[in-house]
Design a protein around this ligand. Structure first.
Ligand code: PGA
Length: 307
């Protein structure tokens, strides 16, 4: 009978390799893992020796991941997934007493996601909660690299294959400073936006992408000169009279005047979108994540959510 030989590579080295191969850089991996660069280099070297294969090759002034390195990263991800599944199986043996809910939400979800999680957290005091809030492109990357199990977003990527549960309408509204003369009008044509200064979220933002596509579909080529990196920065800038903006209604106070803002009525607005809770079809969902989905499904208002 073949004896299974234990690998001469540790989990810590594998974790390091996953980061090096994903980021394509020892320096970037060292930064992400809070390790010294020589430590990361040494771990890579030890893995190369153990496997008898080069994992990195010189390319220009940097390095590239070799084919063996790519295969190793895939194998590492498989092993981590199996390890996680084992932990879940062990947890399942004792019920939902321990575990981690790893979830990412796009920027605007910060206005409500903590509330959605709080009842669950109280009901399951043994579950750790890791919540990441970033823009759409960063959330997609977290799903790809399996650093989260669930994500809440408006524009799920087509890859990896995902399950999607619609959870909340996300109307994108046009705003201006309080007292803006347009606020009193019944409904302005979209072409009135021509020549207006618009303030934009950073590139990588799903909101920015949706608004751009919407305006272009209506024949407007907006000026993208003014970019601010958060909803709050945009709200302050609009209130200060720097320009107009399109943001999620959920990013605004119930009474926008309280924040020095006004909703501007315009044809084509609000742009109606929906946030969806998504998770990978090609991975087993941890117990804590499936429990939260069930918790959320039960709490969803009628009309949202799929069976
Ligand atoms: P974002 O959010 O603009 O923060 O990327 C987009 C979304 O709601 O998916």
């Amino acid at each position: 009978m073949n004896k299974l030989r234990p690998p001469r590579v540790t989990f810590a080295q594998m974790r390091t390799w996953e980061a090096v191969a994903r980021l394509g850089s020892i320096t970037a991996a060292a930064r992400e893992l809070h390790l010294a660069q020589p430590t990361v280099s040494a771990q890579v070297h030890e893995m190369q020796t153990a496997l008898g294969q080069p994992l990195l090759a010189p390319a220009g002034r940097g390095v590239r991941v070799t084919d063996s390195g790519v295969l190793l990263r895939e194998a590492v991800l498989d092993m981590f997934t199996r390890w996680q599944a084992l932990q879940e199986e062990l947890l399942a043996l004792q019920g939902l007493k321990r575990g981690t809910l790893r979830i990412a939400g796009v920027t605007t979800t910060e206005y409500f996601i903590a509330q959605w999680i709080s009842a669950f957290a109280q009901a399951h005091p043994g579950i750790d909660i890791e919540l990441a809030v970033h823009n759409r492109d960063a959330v997609v990357e977290l799903l790809h690299s399996e650093r989260v199990d669930l994500a809440l977003m408006m524009r799920p990527p087509s890859f990896p294959p995902l399950h999607a549960l619609p959870v909340l309408d996300n109307p994108l509204v046009l705003i201006g400073p309080a007292g803006h003369p347009w606020a009193q009008r019944r409904r302005l044509p979209l072409k009135a936006l021509k020549g207006q200064t618009l303030l934009w979220r950073e590139s990588g933002s799903g909101t920015r992408q949706v608004v751009l596509e919407h305006l272009r579909a209506h024949g407007l080529e907006p000026d993208e000169r003014l970019t601010l990196g958060s909803n709050e920065a945009i709200k302050h800038a609009v209130a200060a009279g720097l320009g107009l903006a399109v943001l999620s209604r959920h990013a605004l106070d119930a009474d926008p005047a309280q924040e020095g803002l006004a909703l501007l009525p315009m044809t084509g607005f609000p742009i109606c979108r929906t946030w969806q809770l998504v998770w990978r079809r090609d991975r087993r969902l941890p117990l804590a994540a499936s429990a939260w989905i069930e918790h959320l499904r039960a709490a969803l208002p009628a009309g949202l959510g799929v069976g």
